[in-house]
Ligand binder design. Structure first.
Ligand code: NIG
Ligand code: FE
Length: 417
């Protein structure tokens, strides 16, 4: 099996014991490190690591070992981005002007823009072209250090085009070394053909779209935009219950625009994550305590849409875990830069660099059900790693948030850049 030795590592950061799937409360402050280290990759996985000189004799026998000199830089787990909408057609730069002129996300949506605008564009775009555009974005974030990515449908809004999106996600999974999970988000908005008939649209999502998605095995999770002006908690439960029959667990858009009841709806059906959470009160924290649901916040959407930032610090003080993700999408967060997400977590949400690091790696991996295989430096996990330039401290990554810091991205044991 192919072996790669990374030597001359200034510090390995983000070492987590096997079996530790998420960090909650005060644990989020812990980032285990090892100085003056080496790390050995075998095949796609991390084989072993240690401090001091690498073990002798690695190159013996017929196995040659490729060596990477980290030059005193850090080795850290690649970022995990558990909430994106990177499969979309074109862009929505026109609405950027509306936004600057003062229209809110909801006002843009009410005028027929927003998600429906992207749905119109996507319907006109052939699958091949949609794949090409989406691949470009996936490659972009890969070079920015993202090694695991969740991608949602939700700009099709009819069966044919939802399936088209999910097939594009399947092709991305096959084309890239990034670990990808697909989420079916038929209930992102009511498709134009169903205007004024929301109940019928929800029935169609449950009885037509979901069976078709499940028949092709195209989705790992199901999502609903449970918020003011979009779908109600009751409709959300209807969709989550229908999805459960196909073994699809929920990852809910909740509490972006209002205290929507989405958190409680998700928790009541053991959703894997409830995401956004710009608008929460103590009731949402209480609902999440003792559950397996990962609260996921999207500071890039708060930044771009000028929404309040989620109360991540309160969540952590209450003993909860928090994950951060980019929400990369054409309307509310046209960026998938997880380093910037980490910086916003620190600057705007007052997370410590350590808390933000855990939120962007292990906890975000948990929020897509893959923290057994990615999200930390752990023997046996996939070798999805960032080798950095020499850094004075972990804090430098979010602090100097646009100074290049990546020397190499390694995914599944192979150097990508
Ligand atoms: O997560 N809030 C709902 N969905 C996306 C935005 C999608 C869009 O505007 O295209 C979000 O912010
Ligand atoms: Fe989203």
């Amino acid at each position: 099996m192919k072996k790669t030795l990374i030597k001359n590592i200034g510090k390995i950061i983000g070492i987590v014991p096997e079996g530790k799937l998420r960090k909650e409360g005060a644990e989020m402050e812990e980032v285990e490190t090892l100085e003056d280290a080496w790390l050995l990759i075998e095949g796609e996985k991390i084989h072993s690591f240690g401090s001091g000189e690498p073990p002798a004799g690695l190159s013996s026998g017929e196995h040659t070992v490729r060596t990477i000199d980290a030059g005193g830089g850090y080795v850290m787990p690649a970022f995990c981005d558990s909430h994106t909408h990177i499969v979309y057609a074109g862009s929505r730069y026109g609405e950027f002007r509306d936004k600057i002129n003062g229209l809110s996300y909801e006002q843009i949506a009410e005028r027929g823009g927003g998600i429906l605008n992207s749905a119109d564009l996507l319907r006109e775009t052939p699958e091949e072209e949609l794949f090409r555009q989406s691949l470009e974005r996936a490659v972009e974030v890969m070079h920015k250090g993202t090694g695991a990515l969740e991608i949602k449908s939700g700009y099709g809004l009819d069966t044919e085009n939802e399936l088209k999106m999910l097939r594009v996600i399947r092709r991305l999974k096959a084309a890239l070394p990034v670990e990808i999970r697909a989420t079916f988000l038929g209930a992102h908005a009511v498709g134009r053909a169903y205007t004024g008939r929301q109940g019928e649209y929800v029935d169609m999502v449950c009885h037509e779209m979901l069976p078709a998605v499940a028949a092709e095995g195209l989705a790992d999770f199901v999502d609903v935009f449970c918020d003011r002006g979009f779908f109600t908690p009751e409709e959300t439960l209807q969709i989550l219950d229908a999805a459960q029959m196909y073994g699809l667990r929920g990852k809910i858009h909740a509490n972006e625009l209002a205290v929507s009841g989405g958190v409680q709806a998700g928790v009541s059906r053991n959703a894997l994550s409830v995401d956004h959470l710009e608008q929460t009160a103590q009731a949402e924290i209480d609902a999440l305590k003792g559950t397996e649901t990962m609260p996921t916040m999207l500071p890039g959407a708060s930044f771009f849409s000028r929404l309040p930032y989620g109360q991540a610090k309160n969540f952590i003080r209450s003993g909860l875990a928090v994950a951060l993700a980019s929400d990369y999408n054409p309307g509310s967060s046209p960026s998938g830069d997880m380093r910037f997400v980490m910086a916003l977590g620190c600057i705007q949400m007052r997370l410590t660099p350590e808390e933000a690091f855990n939120a962007c790696t292990l906890n975000s991996a948990y929020a897509m059900g893959i923290s057994r295989t990615v999200g930390s430096v752990t023997a046996g996990k996939l070798a999805n790693l960032i080798v950095t330039v020499p850094l004075p401290d972990l804090a430098f990554i979010p602090y100097s948030h646009h100074t290049p810091f990546i020397s190499r991205v390694i995914l599944k044991g192979d150097i990508q850049s």
